[in-house]
Design a protein around this ligand. Structure first.
Ligand code: AMP
Length: 218
């Protein structure tokens, strides 16, 4: 299976992607994680992306398209994957079509996790990310077993710089302006499926799996 998972910030893309990849045996690619990793490592990509991310803006299309093109060319090209947070703009969707065509691949589905703005803002305030492995926790919905410590690797949990309320409002605006056209683009190609991202983590995973099961039977 080859899937895209889209959604507004804090819609649970990261958490649900990890779960779907585990259940379906897919490689998880997340452009947000790739960029945060680059920032942690202090690479040129990280240094270029950071000011955009801190301001709640998308990084420029050529930069992110270059990252994906590199991942999909050569011997390490993923075969069965779920990509989360990409494409987020129409030029990215068009570039991804070309990248997949060169790799001889087709998408199976594009999923949208739908969450309203109020819920997004509430979630952002409680979100804590592991500074070491990037795993996402939530103080209310997915609390760590030990306060401030990542369940997965024992690293320290931190609040993302772009998780403040003013930045999140900007990120929601950016999502509406740039990513809604992407949703319409995939809707035209009959690849698009929408699932409510509100509810407990298990029930959202079940809803996503149900949609994918239906898709694979049709
Ligand atoms: P995420 O973790 O997916 O919410 O992404 C965090 C931030 O990384 C976004 O607010 C953007 O600044 C940047 N980012 C991640 N993916 C993309 C993308 N496909 N296009 C542009 N910027 C991105």
């Amino acid at each position: 299976m080859r899937l895209i998972l889209l959604g507004p910030p804090a819609s649970g893309k990261g958490t649900q992607s990890e779960r779907l990849c585990q259940r379906l045996g897919l490689l998880h690619l997340s452009t947000g994680d790739i960029l945060r990793d680059a920032i942690r490592q202090g690479t040129v990509l990280g240094r270029t992306a950071q000011p955009y991310m801190d301001a709640g803006q998308y990084v420029p299309d050529p930069l992110i398209n270059g990252v994906i093109e590199e991942r999909f060319s050569g011997p390490h090209c993923p075969f069965r994957f779920l990509i989360d947070g990409y494409p987020r703009t129409l030029p990215q969707a068009e570039s991804f079509d070309t990248i997949l065509k060169h790799a001889g691949m087709q998408l199976d589905a594009v999923l949208l996790l739908n969450v309203n703005d109020q819920e997004v803002i509430e979630r952002i305030c409680g979100r804590r990310i592991c500074g070491k492995c990037g795993h996402s926790h939530h103080l209310r919905y997915l609390p760590p077993k030990k306060s401030g410590i990542c369940d997965v690797c024992g690293g320290n949990l931190e609040q993302r710089k772009d998780d403040s309320e003013s930045v999140i409002r900007k990120r929601l605006e950016t999502f509406r302006a740039s990513t809604i056209p992407v949703i319409n683009y995939y809707r035209q190609h009959h690849l698009f499926q929408e699932v409510s991202g509100v509810g407990n983590v298990d029930s959202v995973t079940d809803a996503l799996l149900k949609v994918l099961d239906k898709e694979s039977r049709s």
